[in-house]
Design a protein around this ligand. Sequence first.
Ligand code: SF4
Length: 240
Amino acid sequence: MQQKERYQRLIDYFERTMPVAETELNFGSPFQLLVAVILSAQCTDKRVNMVTPALFERFPTSEAMAEASVDDVFALVRSVSYPNAKSRHLVAMAQMLQRDFGGEVPQTLEELVRLPGVGRKTANVMQAVAWKRAAMPVDTHIFRVSHRIGLVPETAKTPCAVEMILTKNIPSERLGTAHHWLLLHGRYVCQARKPKCEECGLREVCKYFAAGEKAAAKAEKTSNGDKKALKSKKTSEKLA
Ligand code: SF4
């Protein structure tokens, strides 16, 4: 299958089955989204959504969080992964927003990555989710799913390389939604340890699935060959 067809069939499939695809993080403003995304690194959205109501009640804006102590923030986020580093980043990020950006979350990638705790992926999430821009943040799910399906070659070894290829092949107006499609597909269907291929609608376009089918067919052929050889050996012995 040509790559162009693979991408088209993938887009058609998700447009049909997941016309609405959005982040599962809860937030009420770009600042709160940024806080939630920073907290979600190496952590589940479900866990983040458990801590943000109390966190946002106490520190709803960058102004309030810039005044917080790291210990106060830590006490509210201690159940997420890496709470020490994340509390430090949140307070420092809020302070930089106050100092350098008039308390508002900046909208360019270059400005966003200057903020403590914000890397390229988080900055791209802000672009795609907060401002509905054409951006493809590549997390662990999207990295894995893109390789398995065959959307990117094996040589795409970094999230940035995968981001560039997906961005080139997915129409810009679908890019933000495609981010959620691939992420949710990886989270619920094409899971890391055991992909649920039997219930996946992308089997026909998936290279990983095709390779598994091919290997199974080869194993069956070998096993049939072995059985035939054994039978013929037994017949020869009987005749001898
Ligand atoms: S067929 Fe299996 S490996 Fe391929 S995308 Fe679906 S779940 Fe993932």
